[in-house]
Structures are given as C-alpha cells and as structure tokens.
Ligand binder design. Structure first.
Ligand code: IVH
Length: 703
C-alpha cells in the first residue's frame, strides 16, 4: 500500500530541508572556515539526492538552494539595480610612505577637534583587496540579490554569478546562541577576488583551450581582471568555472534597526559578519593612533607576498560608529576611512633580449633585458630568469610581452608571458625558444650542468674574464680587504686590457700603469695606489672571505678565523678538523678543503702574502681541544655557591655552550633550588640533570 500523497510530500519536504541545511553547513565549513567536515563523496551524494528531490518538485526549488550555485541560463544583459544605500568609494592616500598614515590621522583629529593631549583615535586597519566591490542583499537571512558597484548609485544584478561563489553564503547562520540575530534586511559589502593559485590554474586551463583552437578564449593578465571578468560573465555556467573568493568589509542597508543601533564599533560589526557566515580577513586589527597605523602598513607591506591573494594597500577606518557619523562625508567619500597604497609590484613590458651572465663562481644566469618599466618603486631593465629550467618553464622568448614583478627588495622577476589573445600566442610561437649556450659567452669554455644541479657553470674558472673580474671585485669589496675606488668600471678596464689577471697582479700595479689607463687622472691613480697600500693591512677574517671560497661567507670566515687563528692552520685542516668549527657542515668543510687542494689557489695566497698583505695571527680558540667541547648546558634555578654568570663563564672557558632553553639537543641541565619549567621539561625529555657539585666535578675532571 502506498502512503497517502500528502504524507509523502511532508516527508520529502522535510528531507529537502535537512539536505539543504547539511549542504549549507558543509559549504560554510569548506569555503569559509577552510575546514571541511564531510568527505567530497558524501557531499556529492547529498547534493545528488537534493537534485533528485528538486527534480520531483520543481516548484520547491528556491534560489538559495545549494543546487543553484552551479548557475542558470545565460543572460542577454544584466538588469540594473538601484542601491538602497549608495556604494561609496574611499579616498586614496597616494603617498605610499608612512607620512600617508600620519596625514590621515591628523585630518581625523582635526575634524574631531581633538587637542594634542587627547587620547589616540582607535582605528580598524584592514587589507585593501584587489578585486571588485559587491553588494549582497539578504532578506530573512536568504541571499536575494547581488549587485556590482556600478557608478555607486546604480549597479548591475549579478546574482546568478555570485551564487556560484562558494564562500558567499546563500543562507545565513541563524543559530540561537549568536549574540546578535541576523537582521531582517542585511546588505553585506565586500570584495570578490581570485586567489593567486586559483588564477594560475585558471590561466593554465585557458592556455590549453586556446591551444586547442577554442574560439574567443583568452588568458587573464592578473587575478583582478579574471575576477571582474567572471562576475560580469553573462553565462553563469562559465562564471561557475572561475574560482572566486570573497571578503566582507562593511554593510549597506540594515533594517529594521540601523548598524549604529546594533553596534558601537566597526570591529563589532565585522565580528558579527563573521559569526553570520562571511569570510573576514584574519589580518584585520584594531589599532590606536598614527604610529600603530604606520606599523600595520609596514608589517603588511613586508608580509604581503605570503598572502595567497593580491592586495594593493591597506584601509584604515575609524572604529567608533558614532565618530564615523560625526565625521561624515566629503563629495561621496567618507572622512573616516582612507586607502593607503603600496607601490605597484607588477607591470607589463617587453623582452628586448635574453643575455646570459656569468657569476663569480661561474654560474650562468639567463637575464631578460627589458624595455624600462617603473615597478615596485624603481625602474627595472633586467629581470632574472634564474636558470634554464626556469626560463623554459616560463617560456620567455625575445619579443614577448611579460609581467615583471618586484616585491620589496627582491630582485625583479619575470612572472609570466602575456598571451591573452590568440594572436599574441601565435606571435610567441613564431619566436625562438630560449636555450642555454653550450659555451661560456665570455671565455668560450664549455658550459656544464652537473647531474642534479639546476645551474650551468662556466668551466673556465679564473681563466674566464667574467669570473676573474668578479673574483677581484669580491676581494676588493668593503667587507673583504676594502680597496677603495676599485669599482666595476676600473676592474673591467684592467682585466679587458690584460693589465691584471690574478689577485696578486693588483698589488703589482704601479702609479704609471694606472695613470696610463684611459680616462684616469693622475690624482685618481694615486688614490688607487694609496688604497691598495692601505688594504694590505687587514684581518684574517676579511682576507679569508675575500678569497671567495664557495660557501664561505662573512660569518663562516669569522668563525674559521676565530677557531684556527692562523691561515696555515686553515689551509692544512682536514675535513674533520674543519667540522669542529661552529656552523661548518660537511658541504662547507669539503669546499674549503677542495679550494686549498688546488695548487693555483695556494700560489695566489703565497703571492698575496709576498706582496705584503698581512694580518695578525694567533693560536685561535679551537674549542676542540677543550674538555666540554660539543656539550650544551642549560642552567636553571639558584646554585648554592656559583652565580649564574660565574657558572656560564666556567662552562664556556671549558669549551661548553650555555643555552637558554631546554631541547633534545641539550646535553645537561644544571638545576639549583627553585628550578622551574626548564627542569620539568628536562625530566620530560629524559635528560641528565646535574647539581652544582656534579658540574664542579666535571669541570675539575677536565682540568
Ligand atoms: S570600504 C565607505 N574596505 O576599495 C567605504 N573597501 O574605493 C567603502 N576595497 O572598490 C569601501 N578592500 O571594493 C573598503 N577593506 C576594504 C576594502 C575596500 C578593498 C575596495 C572597494 C572599493 C575600493 C574603495
């Protein structure tokens, strides 16, 4: 016997509600919380069950059903939407320096008639997302309309496309426990954007489509353009394939009670938005006064590259909603907010050539020569392509239009080739593929790439003029022996004219040889002679660093000098002995060994000494010979007779190390009375614990 019609209907309707609820919750956990709660297969099963139910009851399909995220029919045009509350823009502080933040704080204080003695103003500091503004209208907690900003008064109805964005709730969280129930009418404003990884993947797919000859397809120049294109896509099925994300940062119409009635501050509002199910950026902070605004601007500026999405600045907003109201607007821009930008980090330009440069150690680096472009605050004409694999992966060819990126102090890089249209792709295909030359472009020696290495190297060593020049510049630099006035140009001239071939040749340069160089005045020649003379008195550390041994930077040179005290000891040290030095590992030790095994390197050292280069030598504090060498101690609590510094000095004098924190690497923990958490941690790790007398015994034993 079949059940009566109405009963089945009731059961279906209940099932439909519970499926929707489960899917809404899963969407929220997956897209907004980034913490999926059900497996994909389970999600798909629930989704299909809901689709089947809706197919049986087409009149039950509502726009907020999770099935509607996939997008409906293509449109001819977007309908116009008049915003209930105009969508304003924010004033942009074009001054990208700290003074930009100061100027804003000063304006706010002046407007509020605050005296200098008055407390700092509280602000919310947010990120300025690089996407497009959207207004989401919810009635009774259900998304009913999404509109672009348009001219601020009238936007376009893009609801169909916005429904496809997983991070945008179709239905709001309305749990009883919430401090603030969702208002009857709630317009949420925020930014629709595309994450960088999603952008890369999208462009990859687009490139494949173009390659397969699909008409009308293109790649996107940056994530913002891709996001804007997706939102304004007339075919929602296409929009659904474009991975978009969302951050909420404010509200439009809120009824029946206004925002000002519901919340005291902007931060409270953001917290409520988060509780209702919207993504709010974690970086958002409440700060006080200009100094903290500056600190935020700087901190975000330094860390923005680690964000998974692009920002083009930060936004400061007065936190108190009452003060916001008092401050009001000037010509459609609120006085209580400002956007503080960063210099643009990416620009488009063309590749004029790809050169191969030879580094000091012979590394060959392909470098794109660019049509000059202003990016990240400087004019860029070169961008590294790192190595052959990288150049191939990006497939940069001479003549291509490329995106160049310069972030912070990082060396400029080619991000990608712009192939936004079929004709750009065709032109690119016509151009020659970059290949690494088989020989060094400077000396003609074979360019070799050893197995497992990413780099090609010139095999010419100091026979190669490029390596020679850089070896000399490295030796002459300020942090090495410092030969003042011996710069790029002069070294270039000297090496090219074959006046100097090796480091010792430098010290054989006389006034006459220098003064006879082109464009060299007598006075400058004399200055170089003096500088050479002065550089002869140096330190072991500087000399060692100046030799340019692979992997021996300044701090390793310092450690070696300190440990061994004398150059001969280093030149003759075995790998085992070198490994005794702090921070010297097997690779560094082997590199030092290999360097001094080469007769010509020893010869260079001897000749330099013969030319008069000298430094003070000592016996070094080679800890290896000392009793507590290699042991790490942690001191905790009060020792009966030894003071903390006393104990530390004696351990160090015996070659041991004293560390402030307990770890698996700690050899011994020396505990006195009232030892605290360090002792507990040591016990937990099963370390050996000594008392003072045991320590003294160890020191004694090793006398
Ligand atoms: S607040 C009344 N906050 O920047 C203030 N805008 O002109 C209204 N934007 O296109 C905007 N991040 O889409 C605000 N954290 C943020 C923002 C932000 C990006 C965009 C916004 C608009 C432009 C401001």
């Amino acid at each position: 016997m079949t059940k009566p019609e109405t009963e089945t209907q009731d059961a279906d309707s209940q099932q439909l509600q519970s499926l929707r609820k489960a899917l809404h919750r899963a969407d929220h956990n997956y897209y907004v919380q980034d913490a999926p709660t059900i497996p994909d297969a389970e999600y798909d099963r629930l989704f299909r069950e809901l689709q089947a139910l809706e197919a049986q009851h087409p009149d039950w399909v509502t726009p907020d059903s999770p099935t509607q995220r996939v997008g409906g029919k293509p449109l001819d045009a977007f309908a116009a939407v008049r915003h209930a509350v105009p969508m304003l823009s924010i004033r942009t502080e074009t001054d990208t320096e700290s003074s930009g933040a100061q100027a804003f704080d000063a304006r706010v204080r002046k407007e509020l008639e605050l005296t200098e003695a008055a407390a700092p103003v509280e602000y919310v500091a947010e990120l300025k997302f690089d996407g497009l503004a959207i207004n989401l209208r919810y009635e009774a907690g259900v998304l009913v309309q999404a509109a672009t900003r348009g001219d601020g008064e009238n936007g376009e109805d893009v609801t169909q496309n916005i429904r496809t964005v997983g991070q945008i709730p179709l239905q709001l969280v309305s749990a009883q426990h919430l401090a603030m129930p969702v208002p009857q009418v709630l317009e949420v404003r925020g930014e629709v954007y595309m994450r960088r990884d999603d952008f890369e993947a999208l462009n990859e797919r687009q490139r494949e489509r173009i390659a397969q000859g699909e008409k009308g397809e293109k790649t996107f120049v940056n994530p913002r353009n891709a996001a804007a294109g997706a939102v304004r896509q007339l075919d929602p099925a296409i929009a659904a394939r474009r991975p978009l994300s969302f951050f909420a940062y404010g509200v439009g119409e809120v009824a029946p009670h206004s925002v000002g009635r519901l919340f005291a501050t902007h931060m409270e509002l953001l917290q409520a938005l988060k509780a209702w199910g919207f993504p709010v950026a974690d970086a958002t902070r409440v700060v006080r006064g200009a100094e903290e605004l500056i600190a935020f601007h700087q901190h975000i500026g330094q860390t923005r590259d680690q964000l998974p999405y692009d920002i083009d600045g930060v936004v400061y907003k007065v936190n108190s909603l009452a003060l916001q109201q008092r401050l009001g607007f000037v010509s459609r821009e609120p006085r209580w907010a400002v956007a503080h930008k960063y210099p643009a980090q990416e620009q488009m330009t063309t590749v004029l050539a790809i050169d191969v440069q030879v580094g000091r150690t012979g590394k060959l680096t392909p470098v794109a020569k660019l049509s000059p472009v202003f990016v990240g605050g400087v004019t860029v004409t070169n961008a590294t392509l790192h190595n052959e694999d990288e150049a191939r992966r990006k497939d940069v060819r001479v003549g291509d239009t490329v995106i160049v990126r310069r972030a912070g102090d990082v060396i400029p890089e080619v991000v990608s080739v712009v192939q936004d249209q079929a004709d750009a792709q065709a032109a690119h295909a016509q151009r020659a593929l970059f290949t690494m030359p088989a020989t060094c472009p400077v000396c003609g020696s074979a360019a070799v790439r050893e197995e497992g290495e990413a780099d090609h190297r010139c095999s010419g060593g100091l026979f190669c003029n490029a390596q020679r020049k850089q070896a000399i510049l490295h030796f002459a630099q300020r942090r090495a022996v410092e030969i003042e006035g011996l710069g790029d140009k002069l070294v270039e001239q000297l090496v090219d004219a074959n006046v100097i071939r090796t480091l010792p040749d430098l010290y054989r340069l006389g006034f006459t040889a220098l003064a006879s160089l082109e464009r060299m005045a007598d006075k400058s020649a004399q200055n170089i002679v003096d500088a050479l003379q002065k550089s002869k008195h140096t330190t072991l550390q500087r000399f060692l660093f100046g030799l340019g041994i692979r992997h021996v930077g300044e701090s390793t040179a310092k450690a070696l000098a300190r440990h061994f005290g004398a150059l001969d000891a280093i030149m003759d040290a075995t790998v085992e002995q070198l490994l005794q030095v702090n921070d010297v590992g097997p690779i560094v030790a082997q590199s030092i060994r290999t360097f001094f095994e080469q007769p010509h390197n020893r010869e260079v050292v001897e000749q330099l000494r013969a030319c008069g280069i000298h430094w003070e030598e000592g016996t070094g504090d080679s800890d290896a010979a000392k009793p507590l060498a290699g042991l790490t101690f942690v001191l905790t609590g009060t020792l009966p007779t030894l003071g903390r510094d006393d104990a530390k000095d004696r351990i160090e004098a015996a070659g041991g190390k004293v560390s402030g924190s307990v770890s698996k690497k700690t050899s011994y923990v020396v505990a006195g009375s009232e030892a605290g958490s360090k002792l507990a941690k040591a016990q937990e790790l099963g370390l050996t614990i000594l008392d003072e007398s045991a320590l003294l015994e160890m020191l004694q034993d090793h006398r």
